[in-house]
Design a protein around this ligand. Structure first.
Ligand SMILES: [Ca+2]
Ligand SMILES: [Ca+2]
Length: 194
């Protein structure tokens, strides 16, 4: 019985530490669905979820993430991270980052590019140089459902051609309302298989 209590204290102590450390950095949301991906890439789902050093080069192609029931919000400071694969040259000159609420009007947030904010969940991505933060401020949007990562290189997406997209992470996001997850089921076909 004594041993059980000791374990319980240890678990509580560990949980407390976790809570404190989570408070230091925002908890990221890493999109789980793509609306559009280049046909030249065998497995485009490598750019979903948290950065993991799986990626593809965008070349002149693009991907569109849909946040489903989630939204990226414009709150004070940067709202969104883009992660380049953690090696080689920094190639943010070869990419544009755009947001939209309706997929008709797109707004580039490239001009807001800044040193990346660390978010909980992106710990596997090591190099600060290979990630950047972007801000919705100035787009006129209070929130956005879609994020488009447009390659500014040449040729089709493949290998390490142009900007090597690993992942995106949302810093400021809304929690989906209960029941709205059903809306995501139709998109499950291109969800990453774990
Ligand atoms: Ca903002
Ligand atoms: Ca990845």
């Amino acid at each position: 019985m004594f041993d059980v209590r000791v374990i319980a204290v240890a678990v509580c102590g560990s949980s407390l530490w976790a809570a404190v450390s989570l408070g230091a950095e925002p908890i990221g949301y890493f999109p789980e669905f793509l609306l559009t991906a280049p046909e030249t890439v065998n497995d485009p789902t490598v750019v979903l979820d948290a950065p993991d050093d799986r990626y593809f080069g965008l070349g002149e192609d693009f991907v569109i993430y849909t946040l489903g029931a989630w939204r990226v919000l414009d709150l004070p400071g940067p709202d969104l991270n883009v992660y380049e694969a953690d090696f080689g040259a920094v190639e943010f000159a070869l990419v544009d980052v755009l947001v939209s609420e309706d997929r008709r009007e797109w707004f580039s947030v490239k001009a807001t590019m800044a040193e990346a904010v660390n978010i909980v969940g992106d710990e596997r991505h090591n190099r600060a140089t290979h990630r950047k933060s972007f801000d919705l401020a100035g787009t006129g949007l209070a929130e956005a459902k879609y994020v488009k990562i447009q390659g500014l290189g040449t040729g089709p997406a493949s290998g390490t051609n142009g900007f090597d997209l690993d992942a995106i992470g949302v810093i400021h996001w809304t929690v989906p309302a209960p029941g709205s997850l059903f809306a995501l089921i139709g998109l499950a076909a291109i969800r990453r298989r774990r």
